[in-house]
Ligand binder design. Structure first.
Ligand SMILES: C[S@@+](CC[C@H](N)C(=O)[O-])C[C@H]1O[C@@H](n2cnc3c(N)ncnc32)[C@H](O)[C@@H]1O
Ligand SMILES: [Zn+2]
Length: 280
């Protein structure tokens, strides 16, 4: 599995093929001699040159995401993503790229269901530490998906993007004909009952149209379906949910403590859209 994934990777410096050297510390190496050592947790940092101006998720935010997802609240979404991906992940050598993999939760479900090889990318090394532990057979790569992806053309059968940034031109380049791009986004009303308390931004109307517009140049019109998951959460789960998303960057310790101290159960509904864009 890992070797299938490595075969699709390209050196971010010279675009040459990469080989795994495993003499003690695993290293990805191209023929020109560019070397990328594995971190001790098993992921590879392929980002070179000056860092991106980006506030990567902190270790604590990643831990909150891990706790919340591990408790199974979004398992219905993981199953739906795995099912959607399985249709295009058939046969030996099938490959999925999970862009903005976070803790690797959704990729885990996709790999379990399909037996495919996986590449996981995220800009946060804290996220990749978790992802590498959860999906050790995947190639876990620190990368900024706004840059040209360190992958060859027409190598992935599926690209999944779950609440993460989208680079349609690059996703179209790395996808094989017959493959598909699967995008999960929140719908208006997502977690509405708790959004007010947690500083989470509401979903603006028109977001769906903007997603479709951004795909139009690279993909055929897709199909999409809605998934609603009713949730019943303790205070500390509400705090984790608030902290694990984009609002987490701005939440103060006291605000989180207040949420965690909420008594009783808070009811809300997670509202997702799963969109699939086929590659012809
Ligand atoms: C809201 S989280 C979703 C993570 C995961 N897909 C999930 O649903 O659990 C967004 C993720 O995108 C990553 N991310 C943000 N900007 C990125 C970029 N430019 N390149 C790669 N990853 C990025 C963040 O580090 C974070 O892990
Ligand atoms: Zn190179």
């Amino acid at each position: 599995m890992f070797s299938h994934a490595v075969a699709a990777l390209r050196c971010p410096v010279c675009r040459g093929t990469l080989q795994l050297r495993d003499g003690g510390q695993p290293t990805l190496a191209c023929e020109a001699g560019h070397l990328f050592d594995a971190a001790k947790q098993g992921y590879f940092n392929l980002l070179t040159g000056k860092g991106t101006v980006f506030e990567a998720d902190s270790a604590d935010m990643v831990a909150a995401r891990y706790r919340f997802l591990d408790a199974g609240h979004y398992s219905g979404l993981a199953t739906a993503v795995a099912e959607a991906a399985a249709g295009s992940l058939k046969g030996p050598g099938a490959l999925v790229l999970d862009a903005g993999t976070g803790t690797g939760h959704y990729l885990h479900a996709v790999l379990e269901r399909s037996g495919a090889a996986g590449i996981a990318m995220d800009i946060s090394k804290f996220a990749l530490r978790r992802a590498a532990r959860l999906n050790p057979a995947a190639a876990n790569i620190v990368w900024d998906v706004w840059r040209p992806l360190p992958m060859a053309d027409n190598t992935a059968d599926v690209v999944t993007v779950v609440f993460a940034p989208r680079n349609p031109a690059e996703f179209a380049r790395v996808l094989r004909p017959g493959g598909s791009l699967i995008v999960v986004t929140p719908r208006p009303g997502h977690l509405a009952e708790i959004a007010g308390r947690t500083g989470m931004l509401g979903i603006e109307a028109g977001k769906e149209e903007r997603l479709l517009d951004s795909m139009r140049d690279y993909f055929d019109p897709g199909t999409s379906h809605s998934l609603d998951l009713p949730l019943s959460l303790t205070g500390s789960e509400v705090a984790d949910l608030a902290y694990m998303g984009p609002a987490g960057h701005h939440l103060q310790r006291e605000e989180l403590a207040e949420l965690a101290a909420l008594e009783g159960l808070v009811s809300t509904t997670a509202k997702f859209r799963i969109s699939e864009f086929p590659v012809s």
